[in-house]
Unconditional design. Structure first.
Length: 550
């Protein structure tokens, strides 16, 4: 079994690469362990809490006990299905801030500054938010494969949250994915016509319809490397899928480093412990693991205006029926329809705190509602200094990797989280939203001291499910870099990585958008094309950032 290119992983990055290679007339085999994305649990946006908690769709990974969180093991969902995590995520679409990509370039990812990546974001987007934003489309793409829409914000709590941010002195942004991320505004999602618009729908299925992309179901065991060059992929059942050109890994920031190490690429001493023959000693493989951690600030409402009215058998049946028969109603939205990006202090040049607002007080996995009618804001720092690792538990390719995030291991994490809670309470005290509020559910008004707040964080902080950075992109002479700025694995020919593993540093917000962008851009590098012309647009930075927090 062979093709020009073999891609491991049918997720955000891998699907985008397959699409662009097929468009260029290349033959591709995509190896994916997961199965079909058919069915309402994935396709109905309002059912988002289900697929990431179903063994059918999720790898079932979890962290090692986290000392900074009281020894808790945190669930680390990754999509085990075509579309990868884009088929099980919350569908929130965030590009990241311009400053994120300029930092990438400054840290050795030449050609990945914001001016360089903006044309790729535009190429991939089919944006439907122009009318709501009241802006032109200079900053946005309107004919790409990935549909991006805005919710209707019919629940009054959505606009109340935006207005409260404005009343607290923060900017309002008409399009946080455009010129100005900083501020409060409408959230965007990979939802179109009431359905999840995953990478499988946007990229993989259209690519397969060309007849040049084949999907092969199986679990990759290792990359076949001969005379220093990747020749293909061996699966656990012994099947060999061979590439006449290149092998591209896009198996997630948790499974890609695992596969690299199983193939002899990684920290030499660690591979030796597991009896794996060393091909390339790259100590950066599995290092630099990053994530976004967040807490849910929950508030009870005075009146029955939240989504809690559907939190019963009949309510859920009604929501499901509306969506199934008409593609409308609460089920057609992920219910993350308003957001905020703010700076924590004067001297911070671009936002380092993100808000997801939700008009119900509920756990993310949907298994427990707080107490009747309420709402919540997910809030957390964007650029934690803590770094973790992905390592092998054994040389068995079926075994899960050992994942250590080292959450809250840097002292700044604690002060940054306390600031998040303090600023959120100030926002929620503004008249626009305080008129709906009965009381604070959690942390609760009694939690005021640093010790109380730290205890709340230790017990309740949750992952936002944004792992990245474990095969960092950098210059070829950087000993901790794993891939060069064209995604090529340093020390092995014919092998690239095209997923969130290559992020030098985590981006602001949710990672699906930047992960797809990586696939788009790496595809051009694979094809030997000149990059798209850099943009001349100048993103907005708060002119008072040096002296003012807002």
């Amino acid at each position: 079994m062979n093709a020009d290119y073999v891609i491991v992983g049918a997720g955000s990055g891998g699907s985008a690469v397959a699409y662009r290679l097929a468009e260029a007339g290349k033959s591709v085999i995509v190896v994916e362990f997961g199965g079909t994305d058919a069915g309402p649990f994935i396709q109905m946006p309002g059912a988002l809490s289900y697929p990431m908690n179903m063994a059918r769709y999720d790898w079932g990974l979890q962290s090692e006990p986290e000392p900074g969180l009281g020894g808790r093991r945190l669930a680390t969902p990754r999509g085990k299905v075509i579309g990868g995590s884009s088929s099980v995520n919350g569908m929130v679409y965030v590009r990241g801030h311009a400053g994120d990509f300029d930092h990438w370039a400054d840290s050795g990812a030449d050609g990945w500054s914001y001016a360089d990546v903006l044309p790729y974001f535009k190429r991939m987007e089919h944006w439907h938010g122009a009318e709501d934003a009241g802006t032109g489309t200079d900053w946005r793409g309107t004919d790409g494969p990935l549909h991006i829409s805005r919710g209707k914000r019919e629940n009054p709590l959505f606009d109340a949250f935006i207005d409260a941010g404005r009343q607290a002195g923060y900017p309002v942004t008409r399009d946080y994915n455009g010129a100005q991320q900083e501020g409060f505004g409408a959230f965007e999602a990979t939802i179109w016509r009431g359905e999840r618009w995953s990478a499988a729908k946007a990229y993989l299925k259209p690519a397969m319809k060309t007849g040049r992309v084949a999907l092969h179901k199986g679990l990759a065991a290792r990359v076949i490397i001969e005379q220093g060059r990747a020749r293909g992929v061996e699966l656990v059942d012994g099947t060999r899928v061979m590439a006449t050109q290149e092998v591209i890994l896009a198996a997630s920031s948790l499974n890609t480093p695992k596969l690299l190490m199983l193939s002899g690429i990684g920290p030499g001493a660690h591979l030796s412990e597991h009896g794996i023959e060393l091909v390339a000693d790259r100590p950066g493989v599995g290092s630099n693991l990053q994530d976004h951690l967040e807490v849910y600030m929950q508030f009870a409402t005075k009146d029955p205006i939240s989504l809690f009215k559907y939190w019963n058998l009949w309510g859920k049946a009604w929501v499901g029926a509306q969506w199934l028969f008409f593609g409308t109603g609460p089920g057609a939205s992920n219910q993350f329809e308003s957001c905020g990006f703010i700076r924590s202090a004067a001297g911070v040049d671009y936002p380092d705190i993100q808000y997801h607002f939700l008009p119900i007080a509920v756990r993310y996995d949907g298994k427990a509602v707080a107490e009747g009618h309420g709402f919540q804001a997910h809030v957390g720092p964007m650029r934690s200094k803590s770094r973790g690792t992905v390592r092998l538990k054994s040389g068995d390719p079926v075994a899960a990797p050992e994942i250590r995030f080292n959450y809250m291991s840097h002292p700044d994490d604690w002060s940054e989280f306390r600031t998040c809670i303090q600023l959120t309470r100030e926002i929620m005290a503004q008249p626009a939203i305080a008129r709906y509020t009965k009381h604070e559910i959690q942390p609760g008004s009694g939690a005021q001291s640093d010790a109380d707040i730290d205890a709340f964080i230790t017990e309740h902080a949750e992952s936002a499910y944004h792992p990245c950075g474990t095969a960092r992109m950098g210059r070829a002479d950087d000993p901790m870099a794993v891939v060069d700025p064209q995604g090529r694995v340093i020390g092995v020919d014919g092998l690239r990585v095209a997923d969130s593993s290559i992020f030098p540093r985590i981006t602001n917000g949710n990672l699906n958008g930047p992960s797809i962008m990586v696939g788009e851009k790496i595809a051009d590098h694979i094809l030997g094309r000149d990059p798209l012309p850099a943009s001349n647009l100048q993103p907005w930075f708060n002119p008072a950032w040096k002296t003012s927090q807002r």
